[in-house]
Design a protein around this ligand. Structure first.
Ligand SMILES: Nc1nc2c(ncn2[C@@H]2O[C@H](COP(=O)(O)OP(=O)(O)OP(=O)(O)O)[C@@H](O)[C@H]2O)c(=O)[nH]1
Length: 349
């Protein structure tokens, strides 16, 4: 019952938050494939209808087909790395084919600017740097070599379309990238404050919330209660039924606690088989009432493995000018007395 901070085990819990580290890249690959498919179809059609450029349009349709094939390949194999390389290859082929066909005219060279976002996002910093750097060097060398033969660039309808299409492509890619980066960051943020086993907040988050509530007590003189909840004889559950069953008991207790408190209360796993519940705007008598209810609900509903699961609860009301350690100390002392009193009971400081 002392603070025994344990690493949560990897067992999946119904409450537990799962995180897929490749989700971000997968979503980018899908978005890029859709963008390429739609763009190639649209540009191919514009090339035929506006410019009668059937040969150029053929390359656009090849790109469209390539995007569809890569999508199918990825759906079947789930090989993100190969699909990403194939996509970068398809983009490169398309860029060079188009610049070659346009012979550098109509600002077609601007298409090269879509390469960095695509390769960096899909292949990562290292491979993205190499590939983009090599292609840029190659392009500069070819341009230097071909300088006398290059057309003087006129501003035409083709140029306008090229510039518009590239800007649109970049806008779409960066917009999607930023959205998925924000989602990945939010998932990481959530993970950093979550106890993996129970899905409740972890100790780091509880520390922050406790500090915040202590600040409110100091400033607004509102009552605030701390409940330290500890499963009785939990070691026996582990010893008798194994750690996996012990984990299930922890998850069940977490679920019961979570579903019987207010939204404004903050519940978390303090460590091991101990939970901390912070109840703002709650005086001692209300906190004791809640603690009794929680204790009864757990005694009634948490037994899973043929053994009675009960909790002991230490309750402390926090007052002005109290330090955080003092507040926790009070709850801990009350919990200690509850254990001494025979467990399965509530004691206040
Ligand atoms: N299965 C499982 N067990 C844990 C976890 N974290 C801590 N424990 C176990 O919790 C048990 C706590 O044992 P004790 O500190 O002796 O407490 P207790 O048996 O509950 O006894 P009292 O608190 O005095 O009623 C230890 O056996 C720990 O290994 C966990 O994440 N999963």
């Amino acid at each position: 019952m002392k603070n025994k901070l344990k690493k949560p085990s990897g067992l999946n819990a119904s409450l537990a938050l799962t995180h897929d580290p490749e989700q971000h890249q997968r979503s980018l690959l899908n978005a890029l494939l859709i963008i390429i498919f739609v763009f190639s179809a649209a540009i191919g059609t514009i090339n035929i209808l506006n410019f009668g450029a059937v040969f150029t349009a053929l390359f656009n349709y090849i790109s469209m087909l390539a995007a569809a094939l890569i999508w199918l390949f990825y759906k079947r194999t789930k090989n993100l790395s190969i699909a990403s390389w194939l996509l970068c290859g398809a983009v490169l082929f398309n860029l060079f084919a188009f610049m070659y066909i346009a012979k550098g005219g109509a600002y077609s060279l601007i298409w090269i600017t879509v390469l960095p976002p695509v390769t960096f996002f899909l292949l990562g910093k290292r491979s993205g740097s190499w590939l983009t750097g090599s292609v840029f060097c190659l392009l500069v060398a070819v341009l230097a070599w071909q300088m006398p033969n290059l057309p003087s660039t006129r501003f035409s309808m083709g140029a306008l379309l090229n510039i518009t299409e590239v800007l649109l492509a970049l806008w779409l890619v960066f917009r999607h990238y930023e959205g998925s980066r924000e989602a990945a960051f939010a998932a990481l943020e959530r993970l950093s404050v979550t106890d993996k086993l129970t899905g409740l907040h972890n100790r780091a988050k509880l520390d922050l919330t406790l500090e915040k509530y202590m600040g409110y007590v100091e400033r607004f003189e509102k009552p605030f209660a701390v409940l330290l909840i500890d499963i009785d004889h939990f070691k026996r559950v582990n010893d008798k039924f194994g750690h996996l069953q012990g984990d299930l008991v922890l998850q069940k207790v977490a679920k019961i606690l979570h579903s019987n408190i207010r939204k404004t209360d903050e519940l978390g796993r303090w460590g091991g088989e101990e939970f901390l519940l912070l109840c703002p705007d709650t005086d001692l008598s209300a906190a004791l009432h809640l603690a009794q209810q929680l204790r009864e609900k757990i005694a009634k509903n948490a037994s899973t493995v043929g053994t009675q699961v009960t909790v002991s609860i230490g309750v402390a009301e926090i007052r002005q000018h109290m330090a955080t350690a003092e507040a926790l100390g009070l709850a801990d002392t009350a919990l200690y007395r509850a254990k001494e009193n025979g467990r399965n009971c509530v004691v206040h400081a």
